[in-house]
Design a protein around this ligand. Structure first.
Ligand code: GLN
Length: 201
């Protein structure tokens, strides 16, 4: 049984949990969801999800509770992470905002709320590397990724900007993949790799 941790400071925790369950089931994995608000939970998790919300609040909570260091250990152990919207900002190397206590596990710099200046929120069919059909991507005051490191793979772009990226075990999206009942991004982030390492039953 896999243990999936969802950072539960803010954001769509139950929607993400549902998407993880669906993606896991499609690969025949049994998954237990743990909500992360205090330290001690992350070390038990096989995979981690950082939802959207407000990156200042989320990042400060992670630092204050000692969860941030546990996430760094998780990534160092090459265990998968999916970070969405504010989660992407929290994981980034440079959020260009002193109020955010970034983790630096994703080699990108971001511009907070940059898409939001044009339109507060919108939905777009997105071509994503590894997916056969476009993904219905919901952007809500979404961050723009403006610089990506050499080892970062861009999985999708919108308006010529990266909106889904992979950096080793970390997959991040500037949109909200939990809102449309489509769990292919969760699948891409978590189970394709997990499955490759799990011998057939
Ligand atoms: N704009 C938010 C931030 O900077 C992120 C938006 C979201 O997660 N929907 O934290």
């Amino acid at each position: 049984k896999l243990i999936a941790g969802v950072v539960a400071v803010q954001g769509d925790v139950s929607e993400h949990a549902e998407a993880i369950r669906r993606a896991a089931a499609s690969h025949g994995h049994d998954v237990e969801i743990r909500e992360i608000r205090t330290s001690g939970v992350v070390p038990e998790c096989d995979l981690l999800l950082l939802p959207g919300g407000e990156s200042t609040t989320i990042s400060r909570h992670l630092q204050r509770e000692g969860i941030a260091d546990e996430i760094l250990d998780h990534v160092a152990a090459e265990k998968p992470v999916l970070a969405t919207c504010a989660g992407l900002i929290v994981c980034s190397r440079d959020p260009k905002d002193d109020r955010v206590a970034e983790l630096g596990v994703l080699d990108v710099s971001v511009d907070r709320n940059a898409f939001g200046r044009q339109a507060d929120s919108f939905e777009a069919p997105l071509d994503v590397a590894g997916l056969d059909e476009p993904f219905p991507a919901v952007f809500i005051r979404a961050p723009v990724i403006d610089e990506v490191g050499d080892d970062v793979e861009v999985l999708a772009t919108w308006d010529d900007r990266p909106v889904a990226v992979r950096d080793g075990p970390v997959v991040a999206t500037s949109f909200h993949p939990e809102l449309t009942g489509d769990s292919r991004i969760h699948d891409l982030a978590f189970f394709e790799n997990v499955e490759a390492e799990t011998p057939p039953k």
